[in-house]
Design a protein around this ligand. Structure first.
Ligand SMILES: [Zn+2]
Length: 326
């Protein structure tokens, strides 16, 4: 029991440290700066940040989100990224040992492989940590800059494929090659299939959108992000990510239109006196749609969140859903 608490604390601390490194990546990667050197400095006054002001989460709280030297505001994103990464690392440690996770993931794994495949909680924990690290970095970079840096996506794809050799990825390969004795080969094929399917789907949508509208709707970064997610999760969970990602993205889009529409409507009521209510609503709606069209939805954010959810709870959600048909 004491050992469990020790591990929880250790994973949390590791998460904080890796989150702190992610903050450097989120700021520097889109600006094409090195993430290794020079040391961190305040973007406003250029003063190098002392080690005692660089403690994850704590320093931000102690300094109340302000630079010690020039008192300019430090984004709460720094503390949030560190804290979220810490929590996800703890979840990555605990989930593969939890009964509910094993019941669903282990069963799905055993069903899809023709040979005995080891269920290795340590390997799954470390894979979940790496995936969480990459996704938190990509989600926050996309939200801030609308970019998904190659420096995170490309090594991420390779890491996902490599991890499949250590912790088995569930997928359809086992049904096609039932005589295959080596689970690692099947697992790698499942991982490859997930990467190809995820990226092909997004590429297809992007090309169709460009053909129809003549502008780029989804960046090539999203294609690489889905290859990364597919490589880590395999075909089935990748389908779930695409489904959840588009669902949440569409809801966000509708939410955005309604919010802008209501704001516009309130403003028109104050300015344009005597305008017929129906006409005012129509005009406000048109301008809301126009704003929405020009607003680039950070689709990577939704895909990333959907992937995190699917990595931890996807199989349980699928089993719960399919339970209605039994
Ligand atoms: Zn400063």
């Amino acid at each position: 029991m004491i050992l469990t608490y020790f591990y929880i604390a250790a994973f949390f601390l590791f998460g904080l440290v890796f989150g702190s490194f992610l903050n450097v990546c989120i700021y520097r990667m889109p600006r094409d700066l090195s993430v290794v050197s020079p040391r961190s400095a305040c973007p406003a006054c250029g003063m190098a940040i002392a080690f005692y002001d660089n403690v994850p989460v704590l320093s931000w709280v102690v300094l109340r989100g302000k630079c010690r030297n020039c008192k300019s505001r430090i984004s709460p994103r720094y503390a949030i990224v560190e804290f979220v990464t810490g929590l996800l690392f703890v979840a990555a440690y605990l989930a593969p040992q939890a009964a509910w996770f094993q019941e669903h993931s282990r069963t799905a794994l055993l069903k899809s492989f023709p040979v005995d495949v080891a269920y290795d909680p340590t390997a799954i924990s470390i894979r979940l940590c790496v995936l969480s690290f990459l996704l938190v970095g990509l989600i926050f970079t996309d939200a801030e800059t609308k970019l998904l840096p190659d420096l995170l996506t490309k090594p991420g794809i390779v890491a996902g494929l490599a991890f499949s050799l250590w912790a088995a990825v569930e997928g359809p390969a086992g049904y096609f090659w039932r005589s295959m004795e080596n689970w690692r080969v099947l697992s790698l094929l499942n991982s490859l299939a997930g990467a190809v399917m995820g990226s092909a789907f997004i590429l297809g949508i992007a090309l169709a959108y460009e053909a129809l509208r003549g502008v780029e709707g989804m960046g090539r970064g999203d294609v690489k992000l889905m290859a990364l997610i597919g490589a880590f999760l395999g075909v089935k969970l990748t389908l779930l990510v695409l489904l959840l990602g588009s669902l949440v993205g569409s809801l966000f889009g509708i939410f955005l239109i309604v919010i802008v529409w209501r704001k516009r409507l309130a403003r028109r009521k104050g300015k344009v006196r005597g305008e017929a209510p129906a006409k005012a609503r129509g005009r406000a709606w048109k301008s809301a749609i126009l704003i929405y069209r020009n607003f680039e939805i950070p689709f990577g954010v939704f895909l990333g969140i959907a992937a995190l959810f699917s990595a931890f709870c996807g199989q349980s959600l699928i089993d719960w859903y399919l339970g209605f048909y039994h």
